[in-house]
Design a protein around this ligand. Structure first.
Ligand SMILES: Nc1ncnc2c1ncn2[C@@H]1O[C@H](COP(=O)(O)OP(=O)(O)OP(=O)(O)O)[C@@H](O)[C@H]1O
Length: 343
């Protein structure tokens, strides 16, 4: 759907030349929610603005839905942009226009007749959950509602791609979650390809299927979100994973755990993309004659399933404990490791 080849952007200032995007190559599949994460200054905003040529590339090639964006003239670009919606951190709404008229704006520009505009706007208002607020002005809306207007406006011309530039960074955690849920909903309902840039790993965790990590204008690591969580290679990626998971490699705390829990078997379960394991603990205690005590853990949900580690103490007859461990090993995709054996 989207193919980016050797894309670069240099900015010349009086004193120096800055490489904001440095030779990026990426392929993004249709219907994906693709995240790009990086710290401030990594080049994320520049990258996303190059995709619809809000920023002109210095070199490289961008193809979106078989159309080479980088070779279009201005007139062709205006038409092509109707297929590429965009939402922004600070919403970029027109403050003198109502919700309805903000959403109608791109339709007016595209020359859609008034009657068709009105019915499309009604449809969009329902889609983004703004019914009843049609005639409000942006200043009368909450941050989350403003972003809903931004999303409706971006979708007005039925784009194939939606670019999200830090779309939830100005919102509180609860509103962030509701906007992310809306993006997933839109992705599923409309089959829209979404590219989302952020500096927050929990945003990636919650809605992205694949992710690229940017540092100093370059993609330093990319892959499936679960894969990246479980095997981050670059130091910057490890830091981002720690934002969500804490430091999983903290051997001290495991040692402490073993010391402080008197007796019993200590088992570590490692969840990696399993989607049917929510009932694992209760299933084990029902099917085997064992008692299970949860000691410590952190599990998080990604679009690819659950990810994380859980330490439990399993008490019971030696054979029953072994059977329970064998069950997890053989019947589920949860990795299991015996940290300490009883006796
Ligand atoms: N118009 C510009 N002129 C000169 N330098 C720029 C311009 N836009 C961006 N830069 C520089 O390019 C680099 C990448 O900036 P960019 O805004 O893309 O990063 P970012 O990852 O989006 O960070 P942030 O989240 O802070 O915006 C930075 O060093 C920035 O100062």
């Amino acid at each position: 759907m989207i193919s980016i080849e050797n894309l670069s952007k240099y900015f010349k200032t009086d004193k120096q030349e800055i490489t904001a995007v440095d030779d990026m190559t990426l392929d993004i599949k249709e219907g994906n929610i693709f995240g790009v994460i990086g710290y401030s200054g990594a080049g994320k905003s520049t990258f996303v603005r190059l995709l619809n040529r809000l920023e002109e590339p210095s070199s490289g090639k961008i193809v979106i839905d078989d159309r080479e964006i980088t070779s279009l003239n201005n007139k062709q670009l205006r038409v092509a942009r109707q297929d590429i919606g965009m939402i922004f951190q600070h919403f970029n709404l027109l403050w003198s226009r109502t919700v309805k008229d903000n959403i109608a704006f791109p339709l007016e520009i595209a020359g859609v007749p008034k009657k068709d505009r009105d019915s499309r706007v009604d449809e969009l208002i329902r889609l983004v959950g703004l019914s009843g607020r049609e005639n409000a002005y942006p200043a009368q809306l909450s941050g989350g509602q403003k972003q809903r207007v931004g999303i409706a406006r971006a979708l007005a011309n039925r784009p194939k791609v939606l670019l999200c530039d830090e779309a939830t960074s100005a919102l509180d955690p609860e509103t962030t979650n509701s906007i992310l849920d809306l993006l997933v909903d839109i992705n599923q309902q409309l089959g829209l390809t979404i590219i989302l840039i952020t500096h927050e790993m929990h945003v990636i965790r919650k809605i992205c299927k694949q992710v690229a990590v940017m540092e100093k204008g370059r993609v330093v690591e990319q892959g499936d979100v679960l894969e990246l969580f479980s095997r981050p290679k670059q130091p910057v990626t490890k830091k981002f994973v720690e934002q969500v998971m804490g430091n999983q490699q903290d051997e001290d705390s495991v040692g402490q755990l073993v010391q402080s829990s008197a007796g019993g078997n200590i088992i570590r379960f490692h969840f990696l993309g399993e989607t049917t394991n929510q009932a694992l603990i209760s299933k084990l205690s029902k099917e085997f004659d064992v008692d299970i005590n949860i000691l410590q853990g952190k599990i998080t949900q990604t679009q690819g399933g659950a990810y994380g580690t859980l330490y439990v103490q399993i008490n019971g007859d030696h054979q029953e404990v072994q059977k329970a461990v064998a069950f997890v090993h053989e019947q589920t995709s949860v990795e299991v490791e015996v940290i300490r054996e009883d006796g």
